[in-house]
Design a binder for this molecule. Structure first.
Ligand code: TYM
Length: 333
């Protein structure tokens, strides 16, 4: 049976190595399997859950689409579109929010992290954001959703919402209950400055992440400055738990090389960090520099990117409007 793949990335600028290794690299592999039907969405409705500058948002939407293409997603094979262009997402999110329980949303750890201490001042959109994510996925009868580890809880919620809607409206199997596709290893890339914190676009320090648009010298500099410790490179994976920064850098190296952590450990056993960091920079530059160059090239041709997004949204709209009409009927509209 062919897989129906759906995933989304927020156009909030600074897409980084975590987004690439946790999600986009996987999108490319799924895109390359001819049996899959893939939809990759630039989730601009999600982006406005926190304040955005309208001009920058427009540019970031194009940049995210350019990143998909530059990383190897073929717009002739996969649908690439931006969420706000298909109004069924917002409508389905409203209907699903009337099925979802507040208790479920109260458990979402990402809201707690993002809202921080000032929960009362966070937008309602930031709170109900996982329901919109469920709408995205369910509108396309998606069977598989490739994401990084941080989205696992949102996907579990999506499964609960799908099942509750099917039960509430007596519609057996109406919404397909999707499977998360989270890589076993390296699905959570950590900050270069603190191995216990996720690599994130919102980290105020640019030195905490490798952006997909970074140039060679920036990458080399960031890896040079990446936090390590005063010991030698480890001999085994045994005591890596207490060295999160080292584990993260070895994870990045292994993921880019498509090899096991154990193999990377053997490669650098008892060596100095400087030797490892040099090899790590090389491999990141090899992977990121061509993507970064291609993103810049694509961004020079706004018309091309806008056309990809328009074509994609026309295709997505056809699928989503059929589903939203069925939803309306089930609800009694
Ligand atoms: P977003 O935009 O924060 O991140 C996009 C993808 O990158 C992954 N990711 C990471 N993976 C590993 N290590 C990291 N440090 C790291 N940081 C980010 C995320 O897990 C994600 O896969 N809610 C989603 C977007 C979304 C979506 C959807 C995803 C909206 N609708 C429907 C799947 C299906 C988000 O904010 O991702």
């Amino acid at each position: 049976m062919s897989k129906k793949i759906f995933s989304g990335v927020q156009p909030t600028g600074n897409l980084h190595l975590g987004n690439y290794l946790g999600a986009i690299k996987n999108f490319v592999e799924l895109n390359n399997n001819k049996d899959n039907q893939c939809i990759f969405c630039v989730v601009d409705l999600h982006a406005i859950t926190v304040k955005q500058d309208p001009k920058e948002l427009k540019q970031n939407i194009r940049e995210t689409a350019a990143t998909f293409i530059a990383s190897g997603i073929d717009p002739n094979k996969s649908i690439i579109f931006n969420q706000s262009a298909v109004s069924a997402h917002a409508e389905a999110a409203w209907i699903l929010s009337c099925v979802s329980k507040i208790g479920w949303l109260n458990r979402m750890t990402q809201f707690k992290e993002k809202a921080g201490k000032d929960k009362e001042k966070a937008s309602i959109g930031l709170y109900s954001y996982p329901v919109l994510m469920a709408a995205d996925i369910l509108l396309y009868d998606s069977t598989h959703v490739p994401v990084g580890d941080d989205q696992k809880q949102h996907l579990e919620l999506c499964r609960d919402i799908a099942q509750k809607f099917n039960n509430d409206f007596n519609a057996v199997n109406f919404f397909k209950v999707p499977e998360p596709l989270i890589q076993n290893k390296f699905s959570r890339i950590m900050s270069l400055k603190d191995g216990t914190k996720k690599m994130s676009k919102s980290d105020p320090s640019d030195l905490s992440r490798i952006n997909l648009t970074d140039k060679k010298d920036e990458i080399i500099n960031k890896i040079k400055k990446a936090k390590t410790d005063d010991q030698l490179m480890p001999e085994s994976a045994k005591n890596l738990d207490s060295r999160p920064e080292v584990e993260n850098l070895l994870g990045i190296y292994s993921s880019l090389k498509n090899q096991s952590l154990e193999k990377s450990i053997t490669e650098f056993k008892r060596k100095n960090f400087s030797e490892f960091k040099e090899k790590l920079s090389d491999i990141i530059v090899d992977k990121i520099e061509p993507i970064s160059k291609e993103i810049k090239k694509l961004l020079d041709d706004k018309n091309y990117l806008d056309k990809i997004l328009l074509d994609g949204s026309n295709k997505a709209s056809k699928i989503a409007s059929k589903k939203i009409n069925e939803i309306r009927q089930l609800v009694g509209f």
